[in-house]
Design a protein around this ligand. Structure first.
Ligand code: HEM
Length: 426
């Protein structure tokens, strides 16, 4: 497959639709396939390169918070058309395969935050972002093809009953009780249009693409402060939003359904709030057994990269993003998980406020990814990191300093584990 760029197949922009018209269209978009490939590979008329670069800079400056927001996004997306495809991909059979898959996904996304758009590299060759987006489109199209074949043979993509006996690692029952006991209004507890049973949904349709786009961009724009992005500048948020309008376009979202393509942040927030309340929250109330399986394996897979346990991730999603009490989920946390959670609430966000400690946290994050990446993909994985590290401005001296601090953090973890062991023993 050649270089693939989504075609602007519809001249109507979401900005031209009022909110109710937009949601009506989105509801019907499960039958609309991904946008076609544009053979000319021309950037869309609305693309603003300066804004895109500023959006990338913002993402790099806030990488730990942005990464957490992407995890929350994944945690709150049990949409039928997404789960079916994730199961079909076969990458979620074990936590180890999920770790591998997400290591790759995170690396691709970091490339999108570092590499120039529609510009060739200094050597005249196409840039990593071109290669990356080609790869993602090719992966998506191969899966869409496999799914269509299955559907045409009259088979169903996923049967929730097959996962009836699966016992999740995370305390899903406690989380469900917390959701039921919460003050979330009845209007947000029904079945979301993404989870209604219909027979003519197409793979990678415009609705699921837009919902996954929301999973990446929604929370930093709606709740930056809940993610440790302190005093966000509205222009930076706008730029980051624009970046995701471009990425959405490049993975095949028509302009009409490109939720990041709004005239201003106020109207983007209106759409994001709508998706949060009409799709994300209701779908959590109705997550079926197969969705719970995928989410549980995803959480375990992410633990292999971030060391954040499935229960903590679930607790934080309920408490910080949905802002509900989550008493039952909290009770399900182990002693260590409670300490980590308290450390996040009382220390981590303060750490992220300071530009130097934020940079150090970014260094840890990239370093951890590099270690996990090498474990999963071999030493050649490190090559991809050369340009990534350069974009983040990590010099050799910084690396040595970072490694010392990295070692100290591990020492601290060992001492903490020993302390907990002694505490529990006596
Ligand atoms: C804005 C929308 C989307 C973005 C930005 C996006 C991003 C990505 C990225 C970066 C990868 C590469 C992962 C890797 O290297 O292993 C990927 C692969 C994949 N995506 Fe998406 N995606 C989007 C929408 C979707 C949707 C809607 C679905 C499901 C219906 C989906 C399912 C998958 C699957 C199953 C793979 C793994 C393919 C494989 O490794 O075999 N994606 N996506």
């Amino acid at each position: 497959m050649g270089e693939v760029f989504a075609k602007k197949t519809n001249s109507v922009c979401p900005s031209e639709l009022n909110i109710e018209e937009f949601f009506l269209d989105l509801k019907g978009a499960r039958t609309i396939p991904p946008a076609k490939i544009d053979p000319d590979r021309k950037p869309p008329a609305w693309l603003d390169f300066n804004l895109a670069r500023r959006g990338q800079q913002f993402a790099r400056n806030n990488l730990p918070s942005i990464s957490i927001s992407h995890m929350f996004g994944l945690a709150s997306s049990p949409y039928t058309d997404g789960i079916d495809i994730l199961l079909l991909s076969g990458n979620f059979s074990t936590p180890a395969s999920a770790t591998k898959r997400y290591t790759s996904t995170i690396t691709e996304i970091i490339t999108w935050y570092t590499d120039p758009f529609w510009e060739s590299g200094s050597d005249g060759n196409i840039t990593d972002i071109y290669k990356s987006l080609n790869r993602v489109r090719a992966l998506h199209s191969a899966l869409a093809c496999a799914a269509s074949k299955k559907i045409s043979r009259g088979e169903i993509l996923s049967d929730a009953n097959e996962f009836f006996d699966y016992i999740p690692t995370a305390a899903w029952a406690a989380a469900k009780r917390d959701l039921n006991d919460s003050n979330i209004p009845p209007s947000q507890r029904g079945i979301a249009p993404s989870n209604e049973k219909i027979c003519n949904a197409v793979p990678f349709n415009q609705q699921i693409l837009a919902l996954i786009q929301f999973a990446f961009i929604g929370f930093p724009i709606l709740f930056p402060e809940r993610l440790g992005i302190s005093c966000p500048n509205e222009d930076d948020l706008s730029a980051f939003n624009h970046l995701w309008a471009i990425l959405g376009y490049l993975v095949g979202i028509e302009d009409k359904y490109n939720i990041a393509l709004r005239p201003n942040l106020k109207s983007a927030r209106e759409v994001y709030r709508g998706i949060f309340e009409r799709y994300a929250i209701p779908s959590l109330f109705h997550a079926e057994k197969d969705a719970i399986f995928v989410a549980d394996v995803t959480f375990q897979g992410l633990q292999g990269i971030t060391s954040i346990s499935p229960n903590i991730l679930m607790y934080w999603t309920l408490k910080d993003i949905l802002q509900i009490q989550a008493t039952n989920t909290y009770k399900a946390l182990t002693f260590t998980e409670k300490i980590i959670s308290a450390a996040k609430d009382h220390v981590m966000f303060d750490v992220l406020k300071n530009p130097i400690s934020r940079k150090l946290s970014t260094f840890f994050l990239l370093n951890t990814l590099l270690v996990v990446g090498k474990e999963n993909f071999g030493p050649q994985y490190a090559k991809r990191f050369d340009s990534i590290k350069k974009s983040f401005g990590f010099s050799k001296g910084y690396e040595y300093f970072g490694r010392v601090v990295f070692g100290l953090v591990w020492l601290y973890k060992i001492i903490l584990a020993a302390f907990i062991f002694v505490y529990k023993a006596f």
